[in-house]
Design a protein around this ligand. Sequence first.
Ligand SMILES: [Zn+2]
Length: 211
Amino acid sequence: MCYNIKKYVKKQTKNRKDIFTAMANKILIETSARHVHVTAETLEILFGKGHTLTNKKDLSQPGQFACEEKVTVKGPKGALKASILGPTRPADQVELSLTDARTIGVVAPVRESGDIAGSGSCILEGPCGSVEVKEGVIAAKRHIHMTPADAAELGVSDKEIVCVKLDTARPLVFGDVVVRVSEKFALAMHIDTDESNAACAFGEVYGSIVK
Ligand SMILES: [Zn+2]
């Protein structure tokens, strides 16, 4: 009997994994390594006219992908390699950890993706040319992507600020986590490499909202 119930639940949840995960207040934690979003224009300067991005791996958020293309992010004190994430966007954006920013001597204010007015600057270098990014260098504010159904299950709303406890060998409660709700999202919390290392968030890690 028990076996049959398990089998039934497994079948029912096959395509509704996110909803059931939200019901359990169990959020997948993903670590975003440093990366760059570029405009189609910047991509052509860096990689040559007519160049398009090469999908290396689909990411958890629908339509987003890591690319084969890598660029050099240069600051006054040094340079680091970073992958491009696709697709191309309306503005260049460089997402670094605060350790990365310090290493290459750039300013990276903690901002939500897309909020780049007055943020840091750097040089992007590709095989065919370089671009000065006058603003767009940020340390991404930690955030949870979710669908409206997830938000309803978790009892939160778009732009709400919550705390999330990571269930790891070195548990950590992160404050100031912004909830981002869209039909286009899938349930996952994104932290950077500094935050991930601090919490020992390696492998498949989950967290839960604490209020
Ligand atoms: Zn994200």
